[in-house]
Design a protein around this ligand. Structure first.
Ligand code: PAF
Length: 284
């Protein structure tokens, strides 16, 4: 695996792969890689001849009171993991390379409406930061296919919309969430949990599972289900930002007539914000 920091070096290596006629898959990450990220690299390999990954902790997607400075950075361990997955190129740009004119004045890419609900409502500007950096990375890497985790369900949908809106010739592949043995979705932010919080954390997924079972039992989404689940989470020790049953296709609020659903949740445990989701298919 070749690790490069500059755009000049990245472009030279990408051009080399192109001259060899290789199809390129791209896995953007913020590092501190766990088994979920490595699965993205594995799936990327199934879709292409060469895999490019990036590690960049993007300041533009962190709010002023969020954990940018504390975000875990483990580059040496990450390199080993990506190498083991036979990644061809690792792009690790600096801030100056990604935002040479400065964060405030660089062009931004925004997907309105879908970017303003759910996590977008609680983290203003977050998704604008995500779509801006992903669009820039796409332009630098110019992949045929890019791979994202379904754990960030709303992010995945926004990137699909951005790609369609901007006419980018990139196939977007979503990969199922990788979980710990107790059900907790893998996330770099799980490192922030205290031992007691780590014991509680799997209850987020378990609670979503109970809501799914209730929807399936009743055969439809009913008023009050989300509020009941929010209360369950509070009783377990979480402070929910939201718990919401949405249409899987467009994340609009789901009603009794909708069958392809996704339950999305964001909830705090102490100072750690966890997100998770669960797709539900109601049989007719
Ligand atoms: O999902 C992430 O790790 C980040 O949001 C991404 C897509 C790498 C953009 O910084």
């Amino acid at each position: 695996m070749l690790a490069v920091e500059s755009i000049v070096d990245l472009r030279r290596e990408i051009a080399l792969l192109r001259r060899q006629g290789k199809r390129i898959a791209f896995v953007p990450t913020m590092g501190n890689l766990h088994a979920g990220h490595l699965k993205l690299a594995q799936i990327a390999r199934q879709h292409a001849d060469a895999v490019v990954a990036s590690i960049y902790v993007n300041p533009l997607q962190f709010g002023p009171k969020e954990d940018l400075a504390a975000y875990p950075r483990t580059p040496e361990q990450d390199k080993k993991g990506l190498e083991a997955e036979k990644t061809d190129i690792l792009f690790m740009p600096t801030d100056a390379e990604m935002y040479p004119r400065g964060l405030d004045v660089m062009t931004k890419v925004e997907v309105p409406a879908l970017g303003d609900i759910l996590c977008g409502q609680f983290r203003p500007g977050h998704f604008r930061g995500v779509t801006t950096v992903v669009n820039r990375l796409f332009n630098l890497v110019q992949p045929d296919v890019a791979v994202f985790g379904k754990k960030d369900y709303q992010q995945l949908m926004l990137i699909k919309l951005m790609v369609a809106d901007l006419g980018l010739p990139i196939e977007i592949v979503g990969v199922d969430t990788v979980r710990e043995a107790d059900g907790l979705a893998m996330s770099s932010r799980n490192n922030y949990l205290s031992p007691a919080e780590r014991q509680t954390a799997p209850k987020l997924y378990a609670t979503l599972g109970r809501l799914r079972d209730r929807i399936l039992k009743e055969g439809a989404v009913r008023p009050g289900m989300e509020a009941d689940t929010a209360r369950e989470l509070e009783t377990a020790g979480f402070r929910p930002d939201y718990i919401s049953i949405r249409r899987a296709a467009d994340l609009a609020e789901a009603g009794p007539q909708d069958k392809a659903l996704v339950i999305l949740a964001a909830a705090w445990l102490g100072r750690t914000r966890l997100i998770d989701n669960l797709e539900v298919s109601v049989q007719i």
